[in-house]
Write a new protein. Structure first.
Length: 69
């Protein structure tokens, strides 16, 4: 398992509702959470493999900014 951390602009519960189905449908994502209280809106994702590009593509596809940190 691999945990990857990203800086995002997912900044409210409405944004969370938008990304929840997108992240939940990814086969290699075990768990994920967004730290809304953090100024960088940290998204932490636990993956089954090393293919973290699917997370980046999914978040960008949902209309949000994402950057690995």
């Amino acid at each position: 398992m691999k945990t990857v951390t990203y800086k995002t602009n997912i900044n409210c519960t409405g944004c969370l509702k938008s990304v929840t189905p997108v992240l939940n449908e990814l086969d290699n994502v075990d768990t994920w959470k967004v730290q809304l209280e953090n100024p960088d809106k940290i998204l932490e994702v636990s993956l089954d493999d090393d293919n973290d590009s699917v997370v980046v593509n999914a978040i960008k596809g949902a209309g949000f900014e994402i950057e690995e940190i």
